[in-house]
Design a protein around this ligand. Structure first.
Ligand code: TYD
Length: 139
């Protein structure tokens, strides 16, 4: 899907354990302005259900696992985020949902912009009509 890319990052393991690093503008193709984490998610709870007008995110499960669903206005795709080595880059007009959090899930999100409620599209129907407008203005 356009604007959604799975990025594999190497981890450094030795007899002490494992370390993984993500460098802004090197491993992650934007300058990171904000980091937030989603954790202690209650059983059966899903989160997200929004798109962004102008935000790049790199999403990585640093503990446990969850299912990350993206929708581009036409199709949905599900990604199993179950390793710190497997991060999802989401850019552009994409609807995001998070499901099936394990109880130990810590989802870390690196974001290209500061928090801005104005940047959110929280209504799925509105999201679909904006994707259609964008498509017709591009042709
Ligand atoms: P919310 O958007 O509901 O989370 P989700 O995307 O998982 O559905 O955010 C929960 C609360 O956290 C809400 O009050 C806004 C606040 N918040 C911040 O203050 N800064 C942030 O960077 C984010 C993502 C959320």
């Amino acid at each position: 899907m356009n604007n959604v890319t799975l990025i594999k990052s190497p981890s450094f393991g030795d007899e002490r354990g494992t370390l993984i690093a993500f460098e802004s503008a090197i491993d992650i193709p934007f300058e990171v302005k904000r980091v937030y984490c989603i954790y202690h998610t209650e059983a059966g709870v899903s989160r997200g259900f929004h798109a962004h007008r102008n935000l790049k995110q790199f999403i990585v499960c640093v503990s446990g696992n969850c299912r990350f669903r993206v929708h581009d206005g036409k199709h949905a795709e599900d990604y199993a985020l179950n390793s710190p080595e497997k991060g999802l880059l989401v850019e552009g007009l994409i609807w995001r949902e998070m499901h099936d959090f394990s109880s130990d899930c810590v989802l870390m999100v690196l974001a290209s912009e500061h928090y801005d409620e104005q940047d959110y599209i929280r209504d799925f129907k509105q999201f679909i009509s904006i994707t259609r407008e964008e498509k017709s203005s591009a042709t």
